[in-house]
Design a protein around this ligand. Structure first.
Ligand code: AMP
Length: 589
């Protein structure tokens, strides 16, 4: 593909505001890319190298400015480039604002502004540039960049400059690439049209959508496992979903880390009955790859951090006999082996210089908690507990393996948590014992335990009629806290006062809404449009994530993410929670 064609298409993509149309333009770009597909897939995301490769161009902005200035001609200096950058704020626009030699030269021969650059040439030159090392390498990088800019038209220069400085920003994220790959090579055009236009019969649209979703899922899985968009696009095109399904883990290439959501012990027990519980270590995530000869370590963002953690490398070399991919956390510890705050591990992680000296200062301990591959077996789809067993098998040194408790008993889990906190750790992780390892997903199968906040018992002082299907029900309920003075002097005959603190509409089933409407409607004292005032009669137990100061409500507080828990039938408005309790809880947060 001509680089000019790529640049023109990139410009069209950048100018397109709608997501759907952007995906179509990216799909057309992929379809037109031919043998340059892997490069085009990376370039459109502003990447020169696949995500798993830790190679970088190592070109700073100033080197790029000098190269642009040199290509722009004798009268232009790097300072001029910087001045223009200060005006436009964007290096692509600056690069496009100069007339480079190549264009002028070609124009003189009637080339009409066309240049001879191809996507493949740009890729080769940038790779050569990245490989330049040792003395004089900066000069060689400059020469290469100058040579490239010199051959650019303004549009080509715009996207070359952005590519070199990792500032592509044309609105093509990973989701767009995934969808575009699926649509270009896996989804039949009739299905794509059915989903897009929603015009065909509903059953057909549903079937088409399911096929499209399955294709997208296959692309996504392959991406998460390989982290190589270029390769995934080519396999999708040449071998279809069967080829994608066959893409396996490769020892030495990082996998996207599985992530956790916040959750509670109750959530976990409700969802899975038995929970796999582990300590939550407060350190830095590390993915360990050992191919039988060499160890490499990667951060959560898949950067290569091998050189920063030599003791982990030595440990793995000593303890592991078979090729593995392990997941874990490295934690800084004091002389007694107790964990130190997270900031301490940051002094070691990603460090490139003085590693030996820092090794003396900050001791690091590994806690491995997962095994994604062992001795030729990919374990991603195996359950947590099997992977943990495998982890114990391959890692001889059992202290470095997280202890896993299987439990269906909230008290036992809480005792485990108390021990973890006592030992100085951050808390616990709750995992679905049956769940696969889902790379890159912040799903519900791993929960980081969030301390339960205390609920509040609040008085319902107003409500709103629902909309649409729920129009005949009261749907949103205005909540108030009791003003404390009104709890009175013991005489018991003054009326309590209430101050509003929030509205709750979440957590209530349709059935419950009907019941609540029957209960509350007789107490409506005033009506204003869809809003009603209610005589205080009923107390709701309400959960929330946080109490915030807020001018929105009369109490001066508001609840974040309030959710209905229960009607407190045992409580009257007089015994509902007071504003003083709200204040105390807010302060304790
Ligand atoms: P957070 O960073 O708060 O989203 O919590 C999730 C992180 O906790 C993970 O990315 C890991 O780095 C870390 N972590 C610590 N201990 C564990 C464990 N036993 N299992 C999974 N993740 C853990």
């Amino acid at each position: 593909m001509e680089f000019a064609d790529f640049a023109a298409r990139a410009a069209a993509i950048e100018a397109e505001p709608a997501d759907l149309e952007t995906t179509t333009l990216v799909r057309e770009l992929f379809e037109a890319a031919g043998e340059d597909l892997p490069v085009v897939v990376r370039f459109v995301q502003g990447r020169v190298f696949p995500a798993w490769e830790s190679t970088t161009l190592d070109v700073g902005p100033s080197l790029c400015y000098v190269a642009i200035a040199r290509a722009a001609g004798r009268n232009v200096s790097a300072n001029d480039v910087e001045d223009r950058l200060a005006e436009t704020g964007e290096i692509g626009a600056v690069a496009a604002s100069f007339d480079f030699g190549g264009q002028q030269g070609l124009a003189a021969f009637g080339g009409g502004g066309q240049t001879d650059l191809t996507v493949a040439t740009v890729d080769e030159e940038l790779r050569a540039l990245a490989a330049a090392a040792g003395s004089g390498s900066q000069d060689r990088k400059l020469d290469t960049l100058f040579g490239l800019f010199n051959r650019c038209s303004p549009d080509e220069a715009r996207y070359l400059a952005r590519l070199v400085l990792s500032e592509m920003r044309i609105g093509v994220g990973e989701g767009t690439v995934r969808d575009a790959v699926a649509e270009a090579f896996l989804v039949d055009s009739a299905d794509a049209a059915a989903v897009r236009d929603d015009a065909t019969a509903e059953a057909e649209t549903t079937a088409a959508r399911e096929r499209r979703d399955a294709a997208i899922e296959a692309v996504e899985r392959a991406l998460q496992v390989s982290n190589d968009y270029g390769r995934v696009a080519v396999v999708a095109r040449d071998e279809g979903t069967t080829g994608l399904d066959a893409i396996d883990l490769t020892v030495g290439r990082p996998v996207q880390a599985m992530l956790a959501q916040a959750g509670t012990v109750t959530d976990a027990l409700d969802e899975w009955e038995t929970v796999a519980v582990e300590t939550k270590f407060d350190g830095a995530r590390v993915q360990i790859h050992y191919d039988g000869r060499e160890v490499s370590l990667f951060s959560r963002n898949m950067e290569d951090v091998t050189d920063a953690l030599p003791e982990v490398v030595e440990f793995v070399e000593r303890e592991v006999d078979v090729p593995v991919i392990l997941d874990g956390e490295v934690v800084a510890v004091d002389d007694d082996g107790s964990p130190l705050p997270f900031q301490e591990i940051l002094r070691r992680f990603r460090r490139k210089h003085d590693v030996d000296r820092m090794r003396e200062e900050v001791t690091v301990e590994l806690h491995a908690f997962d095994c994604l591959h062992a001795a030729g077996d990919d374990l991603l789809t195996d359950p947590v507990t099997d992977r943990h067993d495998r982890l114990r098998d391959v890692l001889g040194h059992i202290d470095a393996v997280s202890e896993l408790l299987r439990s269906d008993d909230a008290d036992e889990i809480e005792a485990y948590e108390a021990d973890a906190l006592e030992a100085g750790h951050e808390g616990i992780m709750l995992k679905n014992p049956e769940a696969a390892y889902s790379p890159g997903k912040r799903g519900k199968n791993w929960l980081k335990r969030k301390p339960d906040v205390e609920t509040l018992d609040l008085v319902v002082t107003g409500a709103e009629w629902g909309e649409g299907r729920r129009a005949e029900f009261l749907g949103t309920f205005l909540l108030s806290a009791r003003v404390d003075e009104s709890s009175g002097d013991g005489s018991g005959d003054e009326k309590p006062e209430f101050r509003t603190i929030g509205k709750v509409a979440t957590g209530i089933t349709d059935e419950r809404l009907a019941e609540l409407t029957d209960l509350l409607e007789p107490h409506v004292v005033a009506e204003n449009g869809t809003e009603v005032d209610l005589r205080p009669t009923t107390v709701f137990e309400v959960g929330y994530e946080e109490i915030q100061r807020s001018p929105t409500y009369a109490s001066g507080y508001a609840l974040r993410f309030p959710r209905f828990v229960e009607i407190r039938e045992d409580k009257t408005p007089e015994t509902a929670d007071s504003l003083a309790r709200v204040e105390r809880l807010a302060e304790r947060q």
